[in-house]
Design a protein around this ligand. Structure first.
Ligand code: SCA
Length: 201
C-alpha cells in the first residue's frame, strides 16, 4: 500500500528503525503495551518482557518507540542439537541406547507465539503495524528459523491479523504447539505460515 511505501522510504532515509531485542529497552514499549492492551495485567507484561525466552521487535522513530511485538520462539530442535553437541561421546552413546526404544516427542516446533502486539495510539492505522509484522516475519524466519506464527488475537484485532496473512484455521500439527502456548480467554487462536522465500522487508 501507499502507506507502507512511505514508511519504507522513511526507513531507507534512516529516520525509522526496526530492532529486535532479547531482554532490553523494555521501558517504553512496556508503557505502549500496558496502554494499548488494557485487559492484560501489567505484571504479566513486565514478566514476559523480562523473560529471556521472549524477544521483541520494535519500531523506533526519532529514538522513540512507536510500537512493538513481543513473541516467544519455540525452536526445540535447536535446543536439542545444542544440548547433544555439548555431551561427551560416551554419554551421547548411552543416551542413544536408552532412548532408542521410545518414540521421540516432536522436537521440531519452529513456531513463534505472539504475546503482545501494539502501536502507540496516535500512530495507529498509518502502516506501522504492517511494517512491524513484516520485519518480524523476516527476522523469525532468517534468525530464529521459524515456519509459523500463532497468536490468540483480541477480537478487535482479528481484522489486522487477517490482513497480515493470519487465518483462524490452524494447520500446524497440534503436537507441535498444544500445551506449549498460553491459553488466552477471549482471544481467537490464529495462525500464519511464514513464506520461506518471500522478501518481507
Ligand atoms: C488496523 N487494521 C485493523 C485494526 N488495526 N483492522 C481491524 N481491526 C483493527 N484493530 C487494519 C488497517 O485499517 C489496515 O488496513 C491494516 O489493518 C494494517 O494497518 P496498520 O496501519 O499497519 O496497523 P497499525 O494500526 O499500525 O497496527 C495494528 C495494531 C494497532 C492492531 C497493532 O492498531 C494497535 O496497537 N491496536 C491496539 C492494540 C491491539 O489491539 N493489539 C492487538 C491485540 P488497510 O491496509 O486495508 O487500510 S492482540 C495481541 O496483542 C496478541 C494477543 C493477546 O494476547 O492480546
Amino acid at each position: 500500500s501507499a502507506r507502507e511505501e512511505n514508511l519504507k522510504k522513511e526507513e531507507e532515509a534512516g529516520r525509522l528503525k526496526f530492532v529486535c531485542y532479547s531482554n532490553d529497552g523494555i521501558d517504553e514499549h512496556m508503557n505502549i503495551f500496558a496502554r494499548q492492551l488494557p485487559n492484560m495485567p501489567k505484571e504479566y507484561i513486565v514478566r514476559l518482557l523480562m523473560d529471556r525466552s521472549h524477544k521483541s521487535v520494535m519500531v523506533i522513530r526519532h529514538s522513540l518507540v512507536v510500537g512493538g511485538i513481543t513473541y516467544r520462539p519455540y525452536i526445540s530442535t535447536l535446543y536439542l542439537s545444542v544440548m547433544i553437541s555439548s555431551l561427551k561421546p560416551r554419554v551421547l552413546m548411552l543416551l542413544v541406547v536408552l532412548i532408542t526404544p521410545f518414540p521421540l516427542p516432536n522436537h521440531s516446533q519452529k513456531f513463534g507465539e505472539i504475546a503482545f502486539c501494539a502501536i502507540t495510539a496516535d500512530e495507529q492505522v498509518k502502516g506501522y503495524g504492517t511494517r512491524l509484522m513484516n520485519h518480524l516475519k523476516q527476522h523469525a524466519r532468517d534468525v530464529d528459523g521459524l515456519t509459523h506464527f500463532l497468536t490468540y488475537a483480541d477480537n478487535n484485532a482479528v481484522g489486522y491479523f487477517i490482513k497480515q496473512g493470519f487465518t483462524k484455521e490452524i494447520k500446524l500439527e497440534k503436537d507441535r504447539w498444544h500445551g506449549y502456548i498460553k491459553d488466552y480467554d477471549g482471544g481467537i487462536l490464529m495462525e500464519c505460515k511464514i513464506d520461506q522465500k518471500l522478501p518481507y522487508t
